[in-house]
Design a protein around this ligand. Structure first.
Ligand code: GCV
Length: 686
């Protein structure tokens, strides 16, 4: 089936479901009856999509003309574009498509359209899908994989598959995402079999016109697991040949294949160290195979050993000595924080510290540690905080954004990745508001200086715009802005801080019950489990106090940060209070800046988080007149669950820590409603 027929079927579905408001339409609900004349001297699959999108959703003056010009301009970088009155200009067809989406977004959000050049911050803006070949998704909370299936016909591609992939590609292109890693970093070697590559080829064909490249996570031991070799040693000539041949086979099938993502020597995954080699040896071997075809290797820095001391220090300790040894088509993919996507972490000290090696941030869009698909947490503010963090590397002002987008270090490739929150659920992400995180990731990947307020504003207007909501047809837009847009935006902007407060305030981290990473479990420490997989390893509460001592006198993790951060973090009175217990073990009566004791402050923060969620419920209940029934009810129900969860977090953590603080739960706050005994036995995912 050609791309035009697919597009027609797809439009048919969109029109059919216009009033369903089940969330499937994401932020792309701007269909309009206004007409526009498109002048485009060239034709290609991508340009045709740009033209169709403009025609379908034109909110400018009816009868206007728009010219699409593919022409080089030194001010336009890569896939960037220039918008001016009546024209979209770009170096590439894809740039035109991005320009078309930007123009439509400006029209639909009511912004003034001025002449502008927009260039992407990162060359590669990728989603990482942790999708397994059996269709399950590691840390996925929105149903099964859209790419893989656990059925007899695992590899048969159906028309429904293609429709879904096309909708997916369109949504990504509309926010500038230009690549997808299709399988879990805990990779199956089978993904590299010729059969599976056939499915990857089929996906790539649907994604291609939307400018999305496909990438694969690969298992380091694939040569021995599926290639029949005795070893997977990266310096072994037969192993090198195996990867060369495999890469050649991939490019024969998928000429624009993007490259590999590798999790090696991490959480039980094999890697070069199994053969006495380094991360650089392993990454370079793959990089050499990919280089002739323009492919890249994204080599993850998420490594830690059970016997390796402070887990937060390990990635830095392993990778810094290798700086300068990697090929220029290797990028080290680093999680935002030094531990693991916690509600709040200081940034990973690796950013900016490797001056001769390309680095890229890895963010987590799926809410593994932030309430999964039950809690409303807008992650953009967390990512903004991270990207704006000053590393002080080379000179003050070198933020993470600057250290990774090529502003500070010359990188042959720049990139950013987000672990996707997408599944087969009708609304794609499990929670209607989780769509905002997908949207925010794309917008920040395009412009890493964008403010979360602006992103939230855009997303709300596009997703809940009164134009699309029958109930509001006769109501005026200002009323909608005051009673829907403003309060909902406020709720989104505050939601991450609320989550930090009711889960892990003041720098606490990783205090979840069990492997599910959902409910509270500061007590969770089954016998025999490696210590760094249990919360007491992280909170270290005892009758003397609480927190992880990472000062010079403790694990000395502070030394991995550039001055003045190292000294600031080292002293409790200069350490930002949001990171206090990340870096310090402090007595329960430690005096906070506001005069409260540490214990009272913890009580206050936990309660405050819960009260914030109660406020979100009130806000949402009041917006009912401005929204369709289905999305209203579904979000309302999620917020009720959210509130119960926040109560469990507060009650569980405060009562557990009270056993050590031996102080009353501050009388200024509401009393716990759950018993600690019950919480310790509870299955929070029920
Ligand atoms: C894909 C955490 C998650 C794992 C994940 C791992 C990683 O440990 O809990 O599910 O594995 O991070 O990022 O590799």
């Amino acid at each position: 089936m050609d791309i035009k027929t697919l597009f027609t079927i797809f439009i048919f579905f969109v029109v059919q479901n216009l009033h369903a408001e089940d969330g499937h339409g994401l932020w792309l609900r701007g269909q309009s009856t206004n007409s526009v004349k498109i002048i485009c001297p060239k034709s290609s699959a991508t340009l045709d999509i740009a033209g169709q999108e403009l025609k379908q959703s034109w909110h400018g003056k009816s009868g206007a003309t728009i010219i699409l010009t593919v022409k080089s301009d030194p001010l336009i970088k890569g896939e960037g574009f220039k918008l001016s009155s009546g024209e979209i200009q770009a170096n590439t067809d894809l740039g035109i498509l991005y320009g078309a989406y930007e123009l439509l977004r400006l029209q639909q959000t009511g912004e003034v359209i001025q002449e502008e050049i927009s260039n992407p911050s990162y060359e590669r803006r990728l989603l990482n899908h942790w999708d397994n070949l059996d269709g399950s998704i590691e840390r996925g909370y929105a149903g099964l994989s859209i790419f893989w299936r656990n059925e007899k016909d695992l590899l048969t591609v159906t028309e429904n598959d293609k429709i879904l992939w096309q909708e997916y590609a369109r949504a990504n292109a509309s926010i500038g995402i230009n690549g997808a890693v299709l399988d879990n970093v805990n990779a199956s070697p089978l993904v590299l079999t010729t059969k599976c590559l056939g499915r990857v080829k089929a996906i790539a064909e649907v994604l291609r016109p939307y400018g999305m490249k496909t990438y694969l996570s690969v298992k380091f031991s694939s040569p021995s697991l599926i290639g029949g070799l005795k070893t997977s040693d990266p310096l072994d000539p037969e192993v090198i040949q195996w990867w060369n041949d495999k890469v050649k086979e991939i490019y024969t099938m998928i000429p624009d294949f993007g490259g590999f993502l590798v999790k090696a020597n991490s959480e039980g995954q094999p890697g070069p160290q199994n053969f006495g080699r380094t991360h650089a040896d392993g990454a370079n071997m793959m990089a050499d195979a990919l280089n002739p075809f323009g492919g890249i290797v994204m080599w993850r820095a998420f490594v830690y050993e059970t016997s390796g001391g402070d887990r937060a220090k390990q990635a830095y300790s392993e990778f810094i000595p290798l700086d300068g040894q990697f090929r220029d088509n290797v990028i080290i993919q680093i999680k935002n924080g030094p531990v693991d996507f916690q509600p709040r972490e200081p940034f990973s000290p690796l950013f900016g510290a490797m001056t001769k090696t390309s680095a890229m941030p890895e963010l987590q869009i799926t809410q593994e540690y932030l309430g999964q698909s039950n809690q409303l947490v807008f992650l953009s503010t967390m990512w903004e905080e991270f990207l704006k963090s000053d590393t002080y590397q080379e000179r003050p002002g070198n933020t993470i954004a600057r250290c990774t987008d090529g502003s500070v270090f010359p990188q042959k490739y720049t990139a950013i990745a987000g672990v996707a929150n997408i599944g087969r659920d009708t609304n794609w992400c499990g929670h209607h508001f989780a769509q905002a995180n997908w949207y925010a990731f794309g917008r920040l990947a395009w412009n890493n200086r964008m403010a979360s307020e602006k992103i939230a504003d855009e997303w709300i207007r596009l997703t809940f715009s009164p134009r699309q909501t029958d109930q509001i047809k006769n109501s005026n837009i200002r009323k909608w802005q005051k009673h829907f847009l403003a309060p909902v935006k406020q709720m989104m902007i505050q939601s991450r801080e609320a989550a930090v407060n009711y889960m892990m305030p003041l720098g606490l981290h990783h205090i979840f019950a069990g492997e599910h990473h959902y409910g509270p479990g500061p007590w969770y420490a089954p016998k025999g489990l490696r210590p760094d997989w249990t919360p007491p390893y992280y909170h270290k509460a005892d009758t003397n106090g609480i927190g992880f001592d990472r000062t010079r006198a403790g694990s000395n993790a502070v030394s991995q940060y550039h001055e003045p951060l190292c000294s600031q973090f080292n002293e409790p009175n200069t350490c930002p209070e949001i990171y206090l217990l990340w870096f310090h073990h402090l007595p329960w009566n430690y005096k906070m800046k506001n005069g409260r004791t540490l214990w009272d402050e913890m009580c206050y923060r936990y309660d405050n988080g819960l009260q914030q969620v109660r406020l979100f419920q009130k806000i949402w209940d009041q917006v009912q007149p401005f929204i369709d029934a289905q999305r209203f009810t579904e979000v309302q129900s999620k917020l009720r669950r959210h509130c119960r969860d926040a109560q469990k977090w507060k009650d569980g953590c405060l009562q557990y820590f009270q056993q050590f603080s031996r102080r009353p739960i501050s009388f200024e706050i509401e009393r716990p409603v759950y018993d600690l005994d019950d919480l310790e036995k509870m299955d929070f995912q029920q």
